[in-house]
Design a protein around this ligand. Structure first.
Ligand code: 0RQ
Length: 503
């Protein structure tokens, strides 16, 4: 087969993963590729974790600050967290070992909007980047780098890092070449210009990443799969949530507020968004478009069936089965998928211009529509805000989806006051649970509260929410957004004390 490293100079820099990892020093800020389990480096982080453990065994300190696109995999976040090798992590992660350390207060984690990462690093808010470790699918003869299954922040990492380690992963399909669109027109304020993208499938950039070859200190050959975790089968709750949302979208079309083929869809990852996509496939919609961060199984199916004409993303989250389909039909998908940098896939200017429809999961929502996407009981982080805020704040409308209860019915996802706020009442259009849908647009806080109780709350918690709302409406200091302050977070405290939010 053809050598994936077509540039002779860079072929001479091929070393083992161990030798490459030895180039990373304690205290460095290391920026790696990877977005929702796709396109992350497979070998160097594992070797780095091994080296960190060896140094720790000798009683010496060794930690790095770690930045990526979004979540990665056990071979990256997991290995480095287990080795206690991460001092600071940003911007999004979902690894159980890293999460545990973050929640024990042993790992500093900074959770920011995914569209902010590149520019905040450019602005200098995170200091200098010492090393970038980037997975690619190939190196072209001219030395340009063909990304693999995610782009994330790779352009920024390659532009800013002092030294660069490239992993060339032969497992990734060679046919991804041509799927990417790397925009080099970003500048810093006050020199910014409009981004020339007006349709979700416009190409505005180049198909490969540029990198100064003098900065590339090592090239490592790998051959390993992306994380590719399977989705659970779609359950009844997810199906009901999906059905309510799809009915709503049809209603909006009937009212003339949305075109018959809707507006570009953004979908979070997880079983519920996947169920929504499956539902859309059976709903009669055609010629849909996606302008989103992540393509998961459901979107590949919609593309295959022609329900979705094309999709723009920055990464994938596929089951092993869907990944096989993707690889086998790469020529088909390359015509229909455009992978962008995450500063473009999530750009507020573009999300606003295109009028995206955001559909994301949540932990809890309060009576007035404030949404918590990240923290259990106000303090324990689950994953992070990811791109949900980029789309909720800037899209045409934003829907937040969740079962009405969690933890075997002991927790109500509808609470008097959220214990942490990621999306304020001003950025949330629609709430959906398996009970029903609350369309909060154009409603005052008190009317929103009644609708959320009536349409979305679980029957086991409805009377208790109504009682809180009625008493707050009578006794609250202000009657615009009624609250009983000593009680507003008492449901969470009760769960911590007794194991249930039920009074
Ligand atoms: O925990 O596995 O320990 O039981 O949260 O919940 O119901 O499986 O739902 O996988 O869709 O995740 C908000 C976390 C939902 C996700 C969140 C517990 C529940 C379970 C997962 P266990 P489910 P999902 C694009 C968009 C933010 C990022 C985002 C998320 C676990 O959607 O991370 O939107 N969103 N990115 O038990 C206590 C509650 C709970 C609760 C759920 N009210 N109280 N625990 N859980 N609700 C993608 C990117 O940006 C990259």
């Amino acid at each position: 087969s053809v050598d994936r490293i077509a540039n002779a100079r860079l072929r001479d820099r091929v070393v083992s993963a161990e030798a490459a990892a030895a180039l990373i020093q304690p205290g460095e800020t290391v920026a790696m590729s990877g977005f929702t389990g796709s396109g992350y480096p497979k070998a160097v982080p594992v070797e780095l974790a091994r080296r960190i453990e060896a140094v720790h065994a000798q009683g010496q300190p060794f930690q790095i600050s770690l930045m990526t696109g979004a979540s990665t995999a056990p071979e990256l976040d997991g290995a480095l967290a287990k080795a206690d090798g991460i001092a600071m992590r940003m911007p999004f992660q979902s690894d159980p070992d890293a999460r545990k350390r973050i929640n024990e207060g042993k790992l500093d984690y900074i959770d920011i909007h995914l569209s902010h990462v590149a520019q905040h690093v450019w602005f200098g808010f995170y200091g200098e980047i010492d090393t970038a470790v980037i997975e690619v699918s190939a190196i072209r003869e001219d030395g340009s780098l063909v990304p693999s299954t995610s782009v994330g922040n790779n352009k920024t990492w390659l532009d800013l890092a002092r030294k660069v380690i490239i992993e060339v992963n032969e497992w990734q399909p060679a046919g991804v070449d041509g799927m990417h669109d790397i925009y080099y027109g970003t500048a810093l304020p006050p020199h910014r210009r409009p981004i020339p993208l007006v349709n979700a499938n416009d190409r505005i950039g180049e198909t490969a990443l540029r990198c100064d070859p003098d900065k590339i200190v090592a090239v490592v050959r790998t051959n390993g799969p992306d994380r590719n975790s399977p989705f659970s089968p779609i359950d009844a709750t997810s199906e009901q949530i999906a059905a309510h949302l799809i009915d709503f979208l049809k209603h909006e079309v009937a009212k003339g507020r949305l075109p018959a083929n809707l507006l570009p869809l953004q979908s979070g990852v997880g079983n519920i968004p996947n169920a929504v996509l499956a539902g859309l496939g059976k709903s009669g919609f055609r010629d849909l478009a996606a302008f989103t961060e992540v393509i998961q199984d459901g979107m590949l199916d919609l593309l295959r069936d022609g329900v979705l004409g094309y999709a723009s993303c920055t990464g994938f989250a596929l089951s092993p089965q869907a990944n096989d389909t993707f690889k086998e039909n790469i020529d088909f998908y390359r015509e229909r998928i455009i992978m962008r940098t995450q500063e473009i896939s999530n750009h507020p200017e573009l999300v606003r211009r295109l009028g995206c429809i955001g559909m994301n999961g949540m932990i809890e929502v309060d009576l007035y529509g404030n949404v918590n996407s990240t923290h259990v009981m106000g303090s324990r982080i689950m994953n992070g805000i990811g791109g949900s805020g980029d789309f909720a704040r800037n899209g045409f409308l934003s829907a937040f989806l969740s079962p009405s209860t969690a933890k075997n019915g002991s927790i109500s996802a509808i609470v008097p006051m959220v214990s942490h706020v990621d999306h304020t009442e001003h950025d949330v259009s629609v709430i959906v649970t398996e009970q029903g849908l609350a369309d909060l647009r154009g409603l005052t806080p008190r009317r929103r509260a009644q609708l959320v109780i009536d349409n979305c709350a679980h029957p086991e918690f409805r009377a208790q929410l109504q009682d809180y709302f009625d008493r707050a409406s009578r006794e609250s200091y202000g009657k615009h957004t009624p609250h009983l302050l000593p009680e507003a977070l008492s449901w969470h405290q009760r769960w911590l004390d007794t194991g249930t939010m039920k009074a």
